[in-house]
Design a protein around this ligand. Structure first.
Ligand code: FAD
Length: 433
């Protein structure tokens, strides 16, 4: 008999909550990963960089496991089908995993858990991806917070060193089931090709000290760029938060709390993945001009700062936070294009794409979210340039043909006109009928 640990967005042995509990289950632990064809089937690009990232992380995991006499079992298919087969191939007593809060994942886990229950196999899932989850931080009346500052205050009230302690998985590595190395499928066998992007490394300590001074300057590496490692769990949130909390300046830790906050929001309000948090914002008549959308995607709006942000995303899979705010505001306000179009474009390309934070960020920019920017506050790309890239260093890096605004293609839309148009439409949509 064995226990199985099912890896998903927690691709590490170190400080892994569910894995820790599996290793202490008393049975040998078989490590498993499933390339879920339901998720992979929706990816438009065969060379999707996230799939390459996952694949490489799995190979690293596997070689670590081989050092402990074990090996990673990698399957490819629909999770329910895979589990059906696994229960035939192995004498499974219990399955361990970590919580995933996205709507698809919660439904999948409910179905898998039901299937296993019918076969008398227990299914246990643990908090690992965030510091506080679900309803751990709620208002006095038990309702979820919708305002970040109040949530943050409660987060600080509740936090104890216990929440930030690492799970000492390394004490139990001898509990992995001893199997001969499993032959791993190639990327091609699961229908993908390798993406040659260079992925951000796991080093982040260097930026913490001066983060509040450097975080808003897109031309310098002033933020950690570890989002992708949080997304796939190649770093532990507890390690990060512990390093964040010991800083005199808590600005960086507060960003990790935003991440907890958005995960909590998506968990309580799963419909916000598709529709506005504030219902009346679904009344907005988006213009949805496809040509303008294409220009935005390609970084050809005629606003060099907006274009620089989009080109950074297109060529690296990462965009600086200030630019995410500016480009998202530009799409939804200047072009009056549905935030869902922009959300989907970011989802396609961001290495650190995370449904909760991406939807949260987009609904913030479109003003339709809880605790969002008021709709009449519309970023002016020219003023933003003066403030955050006054020497045009960032712009020139990503838009090399920019040699002064006179030579650059004309803006796709005039700022003052677009601003008025957006305010008028938002006002119309939000006026009670
Ligand atoms: P750092 O500034 O070093 O912060 C460290 C970590 O804290 C980040 O890696 C991230 O996990 C978390 N974090 C930082 N800022 C935020 C925030 N505002 N909300 C939630 N978590 C945060 N973040 C994502 O992780 N995935 C997304 O898909 C995503 N989409 C976004 C879309 C829009 C329109 C906007 C405005 C923001 C989005 N963000 C998203 C939030 C933020 O822009 C990124 O987390 C950040 O830029 C990642 O860079 P970094 O790793 O250097 O972050």
């Amino acid at each position: 008999p064995v226990s199985i640990f099912w890896f998903r967005r927690d691709l590490r042995l170190h400080d892994n909550a569910g894995l820790y509990h599996a290793l202490r289950s008393g049975l040998p632990v078989l490590p498993l990963f499933i390339f879920d064809t339901t998720i992979l089937g929706k990816l438009p690009d065969r060379d999707d960089a996230r799939v390459t990232f996952i694949y490489r992380s799995l190979l690293e995991l596997n070689s670590e496991l081989e050092n402990h006499g074990s090996s990673l079992v990698i399957k490819h298919g629909k999770p329910l089908d895979v589990w059906e087969l696994l229960t035939e191939d192995f004498n499974i007593k219990s399955v361990f995993t970590n919580n995933d809060y996205e709507p698809y994942a919660t439904q999948r886990d409910a179905e898998v858990s039901l299937l296993l229950a019918k076969k008398n196999i227990s299914f246990s899932s643990f908090k690992d991806h965030v510091i506080f989850e679900k309803s751990e931080i709620v208002k006095e009346d038990g309702q979820p917070y919708s305002v970040y500052s109040a949530y943050q205050r409660k987060w600080y009230e509740k936090i104890r060193s216990f929440h930030l302690k690492s799970y000492p998985t390394e004490k139990y590595y001898n509990k992995f089931s001893h199997i001969r190395p499993v032959i791993q499928p190639s990327l091609e066998e699961i229908g993908f090709t390798e993406n040659k992007l260079t992925f951000p490394d796991k080093e982040y300590l260097g930026v913490l000290k001066n983060y509040s001074k450097t975080r808003d300057i897109p031309s310098i590496p002033g933020t950690s760029e570890i989002g992708v490692h949080l997304r796939f769990g190649t770093l532990s949130i507890r390690d990060l938060a512990r390093n964040g909390i010991t800083q005199e300046d808590r600005t960086w830790l507060n960003e990790l709390i935003w991440r907890d906050f958005y995960a909590m929001i998506l968990w309580h309000f799963p419909h916000t993945a598709q529709s506005s948090f504030k219902k009346n914002y679904d009344e907005i008549r988006w213009r949805n001009n496809e040509e303008e959308f294409r220009a935005w995607c390609q970084g050809k709006t005629g606003y060099p700062l907006v274009d620089a942000g989009m080109r950074q995303l297109n060529s690296t899979g990462w965009m600086h936070n200030r630019l995410r705010m500016i480009t998202a505001s530009f799409l939804t306000k200047h072009l009056l294009i549905d935030w869902r179009w922009g959300e989907a474009y970011f989802a396609r390309l961001l290495l650190d794409y995370d449904m909760a934070s991406n939807v949260g960020g987009w609904q913030w920019a479109a003003s339709s979210g809880n605790d969002a920017v008021p709709y009449f506050r519309i970023f002016n790309p020219i003023l933003q340039t003066k403030k955050f890239d006054p020497a045009l260093v960032y712009i020139k890096k990503w838009v090399p043909e920019f040699a002064g605004s006179l030579n650059y293609p004309r803006p796709i839309v005039d700022h003052a006109f677009a601003r008025q148009r957006a305010i008028a439409e938002f006002k119309r949509a939000l006026t009670p009928k």
